[in-house]
Write a protein of this length. Structure first.
Length: 361
């Protein structure tokens, strides 16, 4: 801004002296005998040269502040001159200084956020270990029954849950559940469900009454808009029966003599309706029968995210029939392989849980 004012002042002075010189020239013509006029004219001419020279030098210096800028278009290259005066340079310098300050602030905040992210990952790993400890470390395996399971949450922690207890030497109570949603909220609910399962299993009477009690317990502590599905199955190894109740969960499957049947008797989802009613059913089982429990993250997984393109229960049944002579661990492994083959080894969009039991005698 100072340079601009200086140039304007010099232009004004030069113009004044020029006008005075012209006037003196006119006067000198009229009064050519007066020597004083000539002397004064000479002085004004000399004085007018000083600001004119300074003005010229400033103009030449300003010409050096022109910068060639290259632009491109479809027709080739275009050149233009962009005038950069000291005020623009000062603005650029201030802008650069502001950007440096903002960049320093952003980098500082980034470091803080990066530390928070690292701590979050550490906390999630700890939460994952805690949730894994809520799941059975090993499944029932003896001379009467063998079993295997697989649990893979969509995120570090998830909302699928399964567990079992021996009611006595011959009876196993197994539950599998799918909490709405996934992630931290669902994982917290699984912790509550774990506590409820262990407490209520101590007074177990039947699968239907067990789910009824679970519903009444969970509905009091479950956050609004959350619910869960569940199967409770009592596997009686002595009497060779499975008594179950299905609270809107995926069907229990039983592979028997190269045929697979679906079992869905039960009632509504858990956590929404107080005093809900649940039915139960008894199914006879025999040697080499395979019981399959799973969550909808298996059958509803989609490779193309198309609601009509799922892994599907039919594909699951085909894998089971092809593996009917294998042990449960092999069955689970082949199911997992086929599942990820279908997805082309992309990540599924829900938690994935499956458990298999096989009657040995």
């Amino acid at each position: 801004m100072k340079d601009k004012h200086t140039l304007l002042f010099l232009k004004f002075i030069s113009t004044v002296f020029l006008v005075l010189s012209i006037l003196l020239n006119i006067v000198s013509i009229l009064y050519y005998k007066n020597k004083f006029i000539f002397i004064l004219l000479l002085i004004f001419l000399l004085l007018s040269l000083i600001p004119a020279i300074i003005l010229y030098m400033n103009l030449m210096a300003s010409m050096k502040d022109y910068k060639q800028v290259e632009e491109k278009d479809s027709g080739g290259k275009i050149y233009r001159f962009l005038k950069i005066d000291s005020s623009i340079i000062n603005d650029y310098q201030r802008a650069i200084k502001d950007l440096k300050e903002k960049n320093s602030y952003i980098l500082g905040r980034y470091d803080v956020l990066d530390e928070i992210k690292k701590q979050y990952k550490k906390d999630m790993k700890k939460a994952r270990k805690l949730q894994e400890n809520m799941m059975p470390k090993k499944m029932p395996n003896d001379h009467i029954i063998e079993s295997a399971s697989l649990y893979k949450p969509l995120e570090t922690i998830g909302g699928d849950f399964y567990d079992y207890v021996y009611l006595d030497n011959d009876r196993i109570l197994f539950v599998i559940s799918d909490i709405s949603g996934h992630g931290v909220e669902a994982a917290i609910i699984t912790a509550m469900l774990k506590t409820a399962f262990r407490n209520l299993a101590a007074s177990f009477k039947s699968p239907a009454s067990f789910i009824y009690e679970i519903n009444n317990y969970i509905i009091k502590i479950l956050p609004i808009n959350y619910y869960l599905t569940m199967i409770a199955a009592e596997i009686d190894l002595k009497n060779k029966t499975v008594k179950y109740s299905n609270a809107s969960h995926t069907p229990m499957l039983i592979l028997q003599n190269s045929e697979i049947k679906e079992y869905t008797k039960g009632g509504t989802i858990i956590g929404l309706f107080p005093q809900a009613y649940y039915e139960e059913e008894i199914v006879n089982i025999q040697k080499d029968d395979v019981l399959i429990f799973y969550t909808d993250g298996v059958t509803e997984a989609s490779m193309s995210k198309n609601k009509y393109d799922f892994y599907s229960i039919d594909r699951l049944k085909k894998v089971l029939i092809n593996n009917k002579n294998n042990n449960t661990e092999k069955i689970i492994n082949n199911l997992e392989k086929d599942f990820y083959d279908y997805l082309s080894y992309m990540s599924p969009d829900d938690d994935f849980t499956i458990a298999a039991f096989k009657i040995k005698i």
